[in-house]
Design a binder for this molecule. Structure first.
Ligand SMILES: C[S@@+](CC[C@H](N)C(=O)[O-])C[C@H]1O[C@@H](n2cnc3c(N)ncnc32)[C@H](O)[C@@H]1O
Length: 199
């Protein structure tokens, strides 16, 4: 009789242990799932916005063309939708006080670490903000790698916010209503350069 009771209590103990293991495993799996969702949402979210501006980093050739476009310029610079910070870091290396504005917090964190690793923290700053709610009035130079659908609205923003003698370097899709002073490069790596007041 006692033996039977002992066997019964061992089997109850085993059941409880496997239930706890299952709960722990479910907790870990759920936690990992939540963490993956939290990291992925900022990359997928642009697809649901009115204007979809996804994360597509500038090519090496594009960055080279941007720097070429900025030759002879100085002062402050902002990359609108700064992604992983490659344009901001390249501009800081070229002597600009370079800022980025980016909606995706993970890209902002990455950019800050990237700039720090390059010894450029004091020459760079990354805002975690919506570009449409970010005033550009203090900048001497503006860089944008955008999408065609945003260019109409963006040129209005430039017209109303940018100060005179500001250089605008536009990658891939030009401003629809204004004449560039120069075009550098070709194909997907081409950049269009404008100066304010836009004409
Ligand atoms: C085409 S990528 C360009 C990245 C970077 N400028 C480069 O050339 O490597 C556009 C970036 O804009 C960001 N973005 C999209 N909508 C935004 C918004 N409303 N405000 C700020 N950044 C935004 C995206 O997360 C993405 O990183």
């Amino acid at each position: 009789m006692m033996e039977q009771e002992l066997m019964q209590s061992i089997s109850v103990g085993k059941e409880a242990t496997s239930k706890t293991t299952a709960l722990v495993l479910a907790g870990i799996t759920g936690g990992i799932g939540l963490a993956i969702t939290a990291v992925c949402i900022p990359f997928v979210a642009p697809g649901f916005r009115r204007i979809c501006l996804p994360y597509v980093p500038a090519t090496t050739e594009q960055v080279k063309n941007i720097l070429q476009a900025l030759k002879g310029r100085s002062g402050s610079l902002i990359d609108i939708g700064s992604g992983d910070g490659r344009i901001v870091v390249a501009a800081a290396k070229a002597g600009f006080q370079a800022h980025g504005v980016e909606l995706n917090r993970w890209l902002v964190y990455y950019s800050r670490i990237f700039a720090l690793a390059q010894g450029l923290s004091s020459k760079t700053y990354f805002f975690k903000k919506n570009l449409w709610k970010f005033n550009l009035n203090k900048y001497d130079n503006v860089v944008i790698f955008g999408v065609e659908e945003m260019m109409d609205e963006l040129q209005e923003k430039f017209k109303s916010e940018l100060k005179p003698n500001c250089s605008i370097v536009v990658c891939r899709f030009p401003l629809p209503n204004y004449k560039p002073i120069v075009i550098i490069g070709e194909g997907v790596d081409a950049v269009w350069v404008y100066e304010t007041p836009l004409k």
